[in-house]
Design a protein around this ligand. Structure first.
Ligand SMILES: C[S@@+](CC[C@H](N)C(=O)[O-])C[C@H]1O[C@@H](n2cnc3c(N)ncnc32)[C@H](O)[C@@H]1O
Length: 272
């Protein structure tokens, strides 16, 4: 591990904040040290000052900058996380869906577990009800590395340990031999998701109006002003009465009054 002085820490947090609006407070200093020490070692540099100098070069501003974003974004995710959201989709949203395709966006999709869980829930609904629900699934993140994992659909077997056996067999392929430790989402599922890089701080997203936006466990990294601007923008990317779903420790309280509460961290766009 390398030493990180105050100026260096401020430089790095400012860079990340300006680009991604991720708020690296003092509490995150040790995370910055451990995650970027790996980059410093990989580049054969002597410490943070050399790393910062490198970030100022042309290569540093492009390739290394993205690797730094990848290193400093927290990509923790789980299959079937916060299942009450998926139950709401299954019990309330899918039964009400009409002929029009449902547009569903996992807006901080990380390594893909969220969008695959949503898709599996939809497929299960379809087979239980002998009904086809036309859907378009979008999954985006700011981390290129996370998106690569998501679009490959390969996970450690232990990450799927809590998934029901029947579901696992139906939607995943089990690795054998040297790949015994991994499982892979079946190709026809992967093909149903449009994965792409998107910075939530961008002013404009090139996306159609959504029926549901899953924005789970990401606004926790943003400050209040960023949250207010983001939620206001997302309001306009929802269809009338569309749903916005946040993570377990997130809320719209003090952020927006343009939504009505429909369940625990489930919000519905109000028509003003
Ligand atoms: C903890 S993960 C959440 C994953 C998933 N939504 C879940 O709840 O399991 C947070 C994700 O937000 C992404 N993120 C952080 N800042 C972002 C930004 N400005 N734009 C888009 N994605 C961002 C990170 O790269 C990370 O993958």
């Amino acid at each position: 591990m390398y030493e990180l002085n105050d100026n260096e820490f401020q430089y790095i947090s400012r860079k990340i904040y300006d680009y991604a609006k991720i708020n690296l407070t003092e509490k995150k200093r040790s995370l910055v040290i451990s995650r970027l020490s790996r980059r410093i070692r990989a580049l054969g540099l002597t410490g943070f000052q050399e790393y910062i100098d490198y970030l100022e070069t042309e290569e540093g501003q492009t390739v290394e900058f993205q690797l730094m974003v990848d290193a400093l974004s927290t990509n923790y995710s789980l299959f079937f996380r916060e299942p009450h959201h998926l139950d709401f989709l299954y019990d309330k949203i899918l039964p009400e869906s009409r002929q029009e395709p449902l547009n569903i966006w996992s807006a901080a999709s990380s390594t893909g577990q969220e969008i695959y869980s949503i898709l599996i829930k939809i497929l299960e609904y379809q087979s239980a009800n002998s009904k086809v629900i036309p859907c378009k699934l979008y999954a985006s993140d700011i981390s290129s590395q996370a998106l690569t994992t998501a679009s490959r659909g390969v996970y450690q077997r232990k990450d799927t340990a809590k998934i029901d056996d029947k579901i696992l067999k139906k939607y995943f392929l089990s690795g054998t031999g040297s790949k015994n430790d991994s499982v892979k989402v079946k190709k026809d599922l992967i093909k149903k998701v449009h994965f792409f890089k998107l910075n939530l701080d961008d002013e404009i997203y090139h996306l159609p109006p959504m029926d549901i936006i899953f924005l789970r466990n990401v606004v926790i990294y943003f400050d209040k002003d960023t949250k207010i601007r983001l939620i206001d923008r997302l309001y306009n990317y929802l269809k009338p009465n569309g749903y916005l779903i946040l993570g377990h420790s997130e809320s719209l309280s003090g952020i927006s009054d343009k939504f009505r509460v429909k369940g625990k961290t489930i919000y519905q766009r109000r028509e003003l």
